[in-house]
Design a protein around this ligand. Structure first.
Ligand code: NAP
Length: 253
């Protein structure tokens, strides 16, 4: 066994971009990647102060990070995001497609505007970053897309959100085949209910408790549960795994 390799931080020398990492799962993922040795780009759209705080937190631990604004649904802003990230750190090895929004409404009550907003951010956002990553991610890199366990539980009210994540899962399976020749693995993680603003927003205490009870561990997921798993997914040890959708949901589904 190579003992030196085990002592070194797993992501030393790697540069990671986490979309939507000003808050929630993305913010904790950015911190976890940095703790494991990566230099991190904290992307945000609306929450500049929160993004700056995450960068400061990472820097205070001795790691490197910068915050870059970009609305992932805008092609030109995403192109700029990749160029600025590479200009700052010289290359990009890891892409975490985390930015996303959720509205829960029966399909009959979902407006065209709701549909467009969710598809623009959750699907076009991923489409935009994957097209940049196709040429700009370093050979041997890793991509993790955020899906959702609702693609398995199929709860009423989640139709349009679930459809966006279905699209993300299919991008994942096909992009993995398109990127394999460059040694890039592409997977998706499908979190179950995870305690963030996106999940808690608009839910009653009773509704939250019911969902917490539906995991085998009888609790909600925490952003750290997802972030730590993402670190494993982008580490060298997971390289042979590609094109997979992996549930991180305490055996919920
Ligand atoms: P969250 O707490 O609401 O955070 C969402 C993040 O996405 C924020 O940092 C936000 O940044 C960013 N964002 C939103 N629109 C953006 C845009 N147009 N461009 C760039 N960034 C944008 O959400 P979360 O719960 O952490 O969710 C993260 C991901 O996990 C999402 O893809 C979500 O669908 C998925 N997920 C979450 C759960 C859950 O239970 N929480 C379960 C399954 C899957 P700004 O505030 O700076 O705009």
């Amino acid at each position: 066994m190579d003992i030196k390799r085990n002592i070194m931080k797993r992501l030393n020398g790697k540069v990671a971009l986490v979309t939507g990492s000003s808050r929630g799962i993305g913010a904790v993922t950015a911190i976890a990647l940095a703790e494991n040795g990566a230099k991190v780009i904290v992307n945000y759209n609306g929450s500049k102060n929160a993004a700056d705080e995450i960068v400061e937190k990472i820097k205070s631990s001795g790691a490197e990070a910068i915050a870059l604004k970009a609305d992932v649904s805008k092609e030109a802003e995403v192109e700029n995001l990749f160029n600025e990230a590479i200009a700052a750190f010289g290359k990009l090895d890891i892409l975490i497609n985390n930015a996303g929004i959720m509205m829960t409404k029966p399909i009959a009550q979902t407006s065209t505007e709701d549909f467009d907003q969710m598809f623009n951010i959750n699907v076009k956002g991923v489409f935009n970053t994957l097209r940049q990553a196709a040429t700009k991610l370093h050979d041997g890199g890793s991509i993790v897309n955020l899906s959702s366990t609702v693609t398995r539980t199929l709860f009423p009210g989640y139709g349009t959100y679930c459809a966006t994540k279905g699209a993300v899962e299919q991008f994942t399976r096909i992009f993995a085949k398109e990127m394999g020749s460059r040694g890039i693995n592409v997977n998706a993680v499908a979190p179950g209910p995870t305690e963030t603003e996106l999940f808690l927003d608009g839910k009653s205490e009773e509704g939250v408790a019911r969902l917490a009870a539906s995991s085998a561990f009888g609790r909600l997921g925490q952003p750290e549960d997802i972030a730590n798993f993402i670190v494993n997914m982008v580490s060298e040890d997971s390289k042979w795994v590609s094109g997979q959708i992996i549930g991180a949901n305490g055996a919920m589904a």
